[in-house]
Design a protein. Structure first.
Lengths: 253, 56
């Protein structure tokens, strides 16, 4: 997960560096992502068969599970950014700001994907289990994860002063500790949420006729997430530069 | 058509619509924020795109 987070951060950083001068590269990235989304949708609706037990409602998996995976990945990006910020804030101010922008972008886009998980899950659960919500370990730890990162975003929005970024980085690190707990929850405890499809007990896994659609949607949502993350990172870096320019102007006045 | 299948279809469509509303809603908010920031950057004298700064 940490390696994936570093790779994602590297991709985002490359897109960000390319942003001011290589609009063609950005345009191509957007086109590829949109094509992947359309192809993923086609695979999910027209190629993959209905599930033998759940019927069409099972197709929610093609949006629900990739969203959860991307949310976990982006919370890991936020973790790397938070650690990087704390490690470099004294000696390398500019690098620390870059890490801080990563931390914020990862947390915010991660919350968006986690919100998708927490809304599509109950819709699926209502049909599959007959209930919208239950306080089992998987659902509860996911909700706690969402609440931790919402508090992170609210802290960043409303707190002021030089300590805000440090406090946010510490909260970001503690928030990321919930990610492995969410992932392992349906392995450690008996839950209403189904057992893991991948990497679960013997006999777990997905039928090959559905696996292609699932992997295409994983790739599509990952590409979509990286684009949004890159844009959010760019906006935050611009915000930092504007704030620094205004502070300098105020000093000069 | 089987009423169970109709309900399954409606719930699946609802889940897909909710997903896209959340994603596109966030993208729209981010786009608005980005545009406002470009305006601010122009007022501050331009940062990354000085040649395109509306203040110049």
């Amino acid at each position: 997960m940490a390696a994936c987070a570093c790779l994602t951060a590297a991709v985002v950083h490359w897109i960000y560096r390319a942003f001011p001068m290589k609009k063609l590269a950005i345009g191509i990235s957007v086109l590829i992502t949109l094509a992947l989304m359309a192809w993923g949708y086609y695979q999910a609706i027209y190629v993959a068969p209905n599930d033998a037990m759940q019927g069409e409602i099972f197709r929610i998996i093609y949006y629900h599970v990739p969203s959860a995976s991307v949310a976990f990945l982006f919370f890991a990006v936020s973790l790397v950014g938070s650690i990087g910020y704390l490690a470099s804030r004294r000696e390398h101010a500019e690098r620390a700001q870059m890490f801080d922008a990563w931390a914020l972008a990862g947390a915010e886009v991660g919350v968006v994907f986690c919100t998708v998980v927490l809304t599509t899950g109950p819709i699926w659960g209502r049909r599959a289990w007959g209930i919208w919500w239950t306080w089992d370990a998987r659902l509860t730890t996911t909700l706690v994860l969402w609440l931790i990162y919402m508090s992170y975003l609210l802290l960043r929005r409303f707190a002021a002063g030089p300590q805000m970024q440090t406090l946010a980085a510490v909260l970001g690190i503690f928030g990321a500790l919930d990610v492995p707990i969410v992932y392992m929850s349906n392995r450690w405890w008996r839950t209403q949420h189904p057992a893991p499809v991948f990497g679960g007990a013997e006999g777990s896994g997905m039928d090959p006729s559905m696996l292609g659609a699932f992997l295409w949607n994983m790739l599509a949502w990952f590409a979509w997430g990286v684009l949004i993350l890159a844009l959010r990172y760019h906006v935050e870096r611009q915000h930092q530069k504007i704030a620094a320019a205004e502070a300098q102007a105020a000093l000069n006045a | 058509m089987d009423p169970t299948a109709i309900l399954d279809h409606q719930f699946r469509v609802a889940a897909y619509i909710v997903t896209w509303v959340i994603q596109l809603g966030y993208l729209a908010w981010l786009g608005t924020k980005w545009r406002a920031q470009k305006r601010d950057a122009g007022r501050a004298g331009g940062l990354d795109h000085p040649g395109k700064s509306p203040a110049r």
